[in-house]
Design a protein around this ligand. Structure first.
Ligand code: LMR
Length: 409
């Protein structure tokens, strides 16, 4: 018999964040804490279905006028229009001038992939820059889409546990014309460190001067500050400056709709006449990839965004989530300082959003897992939402022990 073609297949590396989730589920220790994956938990350590989402889902379930017919290839218009307004602001000139178009996507990842496909195959871009460090999927998405030059710009300064602004500016200054620059709209993953408004203005000057293409990954609007407008400031500022640009939105975190894969790719153009041919090319890309998007998440989000009363209820939910994160940041910092854990811990409260980049090494991360069953990413990122009043002391003690007794290298 001929040998199997499948025998040639090499083992690929695991996807760390999902591998850790599985290891946590399999861990039989009584006291265990999962602060790896970016998913919100209540103070009881449970996933949270937002009450406004439950309410809308109950309405949808009993609405006999709904069916399971296909959505259009580029998605549900009531959803995509509302999503773009949420990101840019309803009265943003790009919207009122008809210079914005959107594609419903399979969450933020799917939006990035359609964006990358379009930029590479239709516009022939081949160079993309992502921050160092960044979310573990950016590189893979862009290389799978066909980008041949994947480069990093400096972002994190380990010494200050803040932004390496000079390094970032230097790297972007050296980027060749027509490079796609992936920015995090807010609550940078994994560092929780964002540029200030003044720094964003300087970055925008550079993007203009060097003819770079800005793409904002917006996965946490509302999560960072509890305020949708604040968290969209950078995206709106770039759009006001008149750039052609893209923004990818995820509704996983701010709606808690992780497995519904609901997102949006928003594109701002200079001339509205470009939109029709662009949509025809986007249609071909989506058709050849997954044909058309799923409906449930789009129905939930569009109902909430398009109904003033539901919208207010949702904003309360976002404030609840971001407020709990801020409390846990304060609590963790206080505890580490009280324990006298070597080093400075003010970065925990200075960083924003879901994640804190602790500065812990891969060895220290492993120690946390082995000795305390506290699961974090090997780059030292912790999900602040996984910390609760019930486990915060355990987490602080574990970090203290790791910092005191495990060397960094
Ligand atoms: C994370 O960063 O933990 C989440 O966005 C989950 C993922 O897909 O990586």
């Amino acid at each position: 018999m001929a040998t199997s073609r499948f025998a040639e297949v090499q083992q690929g590396p695991p996807i760390e964040v999902f591998a850790i989730n599985k290891a946590f589920a399999d861990c039989t220790a009584e006291k265990k804490v999962n602060i790896s994956v970016g998913a919100y938990r209540t103070d009881e350590g449970k996933p949270w279905v937002l009450p406004v989402v439950r309410k809308v889902e109950a309405e949808l379930a009993s609405d006999m006028s709904l069916n399971h017919e296909y959505l259009p290839i580029l998605g549900m218009e009531a959803f995509t229009t509302a999503a773009a307004k949420m990101l840019l602001g309803a009265s943003h000139p790009a919207i009122t001038e008809g210079r914005v178009t959107s594609v419903q996507s399979l969450s933020g990842t799917g939006g990035l992939r359609v964006a990358a496909d379009f930029l590479c195959r239709v516009l022939k871009y081949n160079t993309a820059y992502y921050s160092s460090p960044t979310w573990g999927n950016h590189r893979l998405i862009f290389s799978d889409a066909g980008f041949t030059e994947l480069r990093q710009y400096r972002y994190w300064d380990a010494a200050t546990r803040g932004l390496n602004f000079d390094g970032m500016i230097e790297d972007l200054t050296n980027a060749p014309e027509n490079s796609v620059i992936i920015f995090h709209a807010c609550a940078h993953n994994p560092t929780g460190v964002d540029p200030t408004q003044d720094q964003w203005k300087k970055i925008a000057d550079l993007v203009e001067e060097k003819k770079l293409f800005p793409l904002f990954d917006s996965a946490y609007q509302g999560f960072a500050s509890g305020d949708l407008d604040n968290d969209a400031w950078a995206v709106r500022y770039f759009a006001e400056r008149g750039f052609e640009m893209m923004g990818t939105q995820s509704f996983s975190k701010n709606f808690g709709l992780y497995n519904e894969r609901i997102g949006n790719l928003m594109i701002v153009v200079k001339d509205p006449a470009c939109i029709t041919p662009m949509r025809s090319q986007l249609t071909l890309l989506v058709r050849g990839s997954y044909s058309n998007p799923p409906c449930h998440g789009a129905r939930v989000v569009s109902r909430v965004l398009n109904d003033p009363a539901l919208f207010e209820e949702w904003k309360d939910c976002i404030r609840t989530m971001s407020g709990r994160i801020i409390e846990m940041r304060k609590g963790l910092r206080e505890r580490l300082e009280k324990l006298g854990t070597p080093g400075k811990w003010d970065h925990i409260t200075a960083q924003i959003g879901m994640f804190s980049f602790t500065g812990l090494s891969a060895e220290q991360a492993k120690f946390l897992c082995d000795k305390y069953h506290v699961f974090i990413l090997s780059n030292g990122r912790i999900n602040m939402c996984g910390i609760t009043t019930g486990n915060i002391d355990h987490v602080a003690e574990a970090i203290n022990d790791a910092v005191c007794n495990v060397s960094k290298a």
